[in-house]
Design a protein around this ligand. Structure first.
Ligand code: CAA
Length: 386
């Protein structure tokens, strides 16, 4: 049988960040509530010329540079912070990266889950057409209203993955478990710039879907808990992954250890929630953080509010380390510019999804791709290093 999976993985985030200790100080809250209670140290904050499209293109560009564009026949763009109700964000990325016109592009939405749907769809395409590769991109900006309990769980980021046969990094194993239930735990109405959330309900919905997805995974021939070496759980805030891990231990009766998931939180602690990309940032952190994962099995739990949970597993391929981008990821995270609370709040207040009035936005961020404004109700993007 053809082995299909993740051949390359590359990340991007916004160019600025807020240290959550500053936000805690402003709110008169013990900083340990964010650092320990939520497991978050910082959150990425987009500049006016950054959005899901610019982060997605920045994440995907190194993949195209390494492998060329000729094999890429499909781009699947997963997001819940889409910039248009009709046009796929993948069309903008396709143009910015100069991909072949003979490329299928589409956007997928189901809260934080759709990147996993995109990955599963990509595997199906590659299994049927093994000479083709699929570019899967997950990109999101998590925005909540200021002065709410959810404010410290904002963030931004993008992960691009190349899905191929005979992959260099990880095989995606065939068994998968799913749990769907209609729950009003978190959503973003069409007329709102920020998400609406019932925080406590969302935590319960996440955990209920996890148990349901796990049981379905096992019923469909998924690996026994003892044969899974590491776990990546969706991380809206990294403490949530700890709660998930503990729930799985109780549910299965297995003696799971913190060491099986600790290294997965390293990037998300600094990025905040990147919704669809969050699970794949956890995977990047695991791959970069552990010495040797060759032949190890990694359990992946994807959750999207509303709600759907999916549990599946990866097998890490021999020689995978040569495909990693550990140094580049470190540079991207370390080079972000720190903001104070006033500067962050000003950016939050200035954000506008309106297309009513033409406007120009100066390309100020250091990334190669920029949102440069709205003209005739259409969004415009530019590449400044080409
Ligand atoms: N030192 C250490 N820990 C402290 C502390 C202190 N001084 N003060 C409080 N804490 C702990 C609390 O004990 C609590 O820990 P436990 O959960 O282990 O009990 C934790 O900090 C959080 O405190 P609260 O329970 O008081 O919670 P809150 O009212 O501040 O809200 C939240 C937390 C509900 C997660 C809120 O941030 C929120 O609504 N976030 C957005 C929704 C979300 O992320 N939901 C997750 C599941 S949904 C999902 O996964 C999809 C998605 O991406 C959005």
């Amino acid at each position: 049988m053809t082995v299909v999976g993740i051949h390359d993985l590359s990340i991007a985030t916004a160019s600025r960040f807020l240290d959550l200790a500053l936000l805690a100080e402003r709110a008169g809250i013990d900083p340990d509530k964010y650092r320990i209670g939520l497991g978050q140290d910082q959150m990425s904050v987009p500049a006016p010329d950054e959005d899901i499209v610019t982060m997605a293109a920045a994440a995907a560009m190194p993949i195209v540079e390494r492998h060329g564009a000729s094999g890429i026949r499909t781009v699947l763009f997963a997001t819940e912070s889409g910039v248009d109700q009709s046009k796929s964000a993948a069309v903008f990325v396709h143009e910015l990266l100069g991909l072949d016109p003979a490329t299928r592009v589409v956007e997928l939405k189901q809260a934080c889950y759709s990147a996993t749907a995109a990955l599963q769809f990509a595997l199906g395409i590659v299994a049927r057409q093994p000479e083709e590769s699929v570019l899967v991109i997950a990109a999101d900006v998590a925005r909540y209203a200021v002065d709410t309990a959810a404010e410290p769980t904002q963030g931004a980021g993008a992960v691009a993955m190349l899905v191929t046969q005979d992959p260099a990094i990880a095989e995606v194993e065939p068994a998968t478990g799913i749990h769907t239930a209609d729950v009003d735990d978190f959503w973003r109405p069409n007329d709102s710039d920020t998400a609406v959330v019932n925080g406590k309900l969302s935590i319960d919905a996440y955990l209920d879907a996890f148990v349901g997805a796990w049981d379905d995974y096992r019923a469909r021939g998924g690996a026994a808990i003892e044969s899974i070496d590491y776990f990546c759980h969706h991380q809206p805030f990294t403490r949530m992954a700890v709660k998930a891990h503990q729930r799985l231990a109780v549910h299965t009766g297995a003696a799971l250890t913190p060491a099986q998931m600790e290294s997965t939180t390293r990037y998300n602690r600094r990025l905040g929630n990147s919704y669809t990309a969050s699970l794949y940032f956890a995977l990047a952190a695991l791959l970069d953080g552990e010495d040797d994962l060759t032949d190890r099995r990694v359990g992946m739990y994807s959750y999207g509010s509303g709600s759907i949970g999916e549990f599946f597993s990866l097998r890490i391929r021999p020689g995978y380390r040569t495909a990693l981008r550990t140094e580049a990821t470190k540079r991207i995270l370390d080079s972000r510019e720190p903001l104070d609370v006033d500067a962050y709040r000003a950016l939050h207040a200035a954000h506008s999804a309106s297309s009513e009035v033409d406007r120009e936005i100066a390309p100020t961020s250091p990334a190669p791709f920029h949102f440069i404004g709205v003209q005739g109700r259409a969004r415009r993007y530019a590449r400044t290093d080409a």
